[in-house]
Design a protein around this ligand. Structure first.
Ligand code: MTE
Ligand code: MO
Length: 200
């Protein structure tokens, strides 16, 4: 067995903990939609209902998942729609530099557009061949394997294109704006100039 490299300060637990703030939302397919809005190329909005979303092309990604509370789940097999596919279908304005990913109940996380467009970033519907369970983000969750887990927004409902970076839910509550686990970017006090909007 080859030795696996984990980001600093991480360990592999048994099982797969569910981590979130607040209740698990109920999925109502008739009411669900995914919207892209904000700084789009034509200033318009895009919307997919559940049937339309299910028809988008799928990709598979195998990746480790790192939570800032220090556990790493190894070799998770995700299936879903590549974030880059959505961005192709809903082109951003030239000056869109970041995205805010919005969930049910107002949870959010911000990402640099370059991070969002990485080929292993997806809006996942399945894990290890099965539909996500409600507590792990059913029907659709973001997966950003190269950043700490709080950026992997569960129960996604909208993507907002930003021309100026803005902090999401945890980013404005003391967590790092960029969140690279290999650089151990856990907390906002570690941010270097240029890594995040000013904190008030
Ligand atoms: N909507 C929403 N998404 C969320 C969270 C949350 O509180 N609300 N928690 C994040 C955190 S901190 C982590 S580590 C991962 C955990 O994903 P899991 O519960 O599938 O392990 O979900 C992220 N996505
Ligand atoms: Mo987390």
């Amino acid at each position: 067995m080859s030795e696996r490299r984990l980001p600093p300060g991480q360990y592999v637990p048994s099982g797969w903990p569910a981590v979130h703030y607040g209740p698990v939302p109920r999925f109502r397919p008739q009411r669900w939609d995914l919207r892209v809005y904000g700084a789009t190329a034509g200033a318009g909005q895009y919307r997919w209902d559940w049937t339309e979303f299910e028809e988008l092309p799928r990709v598979d990604v195998v990746a480790d998942f790192h939570c800032v509370t220090r556990f790493t789940i190894t070799d998770v097999r995700w299936r879903g729609v590549a974030a880059a596919t959505l961005v192709e279908l809903a082109p951003p304005a030239e000056d869109a530099t970041h995205v805010m990913v919005w969930a049910e109940y107002g949870y959010s996380a911000n990402l640099r557009m370059d991070d969002f467009l990485r080929p292993d970033v997806l809006l996942a519907t399945h894990r290890d061949g099965e539909r996500l369970s409600p507590k792990h983000g059913h029907p659709v969750r973001l997966v950003v394997p190269h950043l700490y887990g709080w950026k992997s927004v569960k129960w996604v409902r909208a993507i907002e294109y930003l021309t100026v970076d803005r902090r999401g839910f945890w980013e404005e509550r003391g967590y790092h704006n960029v969140a690279d686990p290999w650089a151990e970017q856990r907390y906002s006090y570690q941010e270097e100039p240029g890594e995040g909007p000013p904190l008030d």
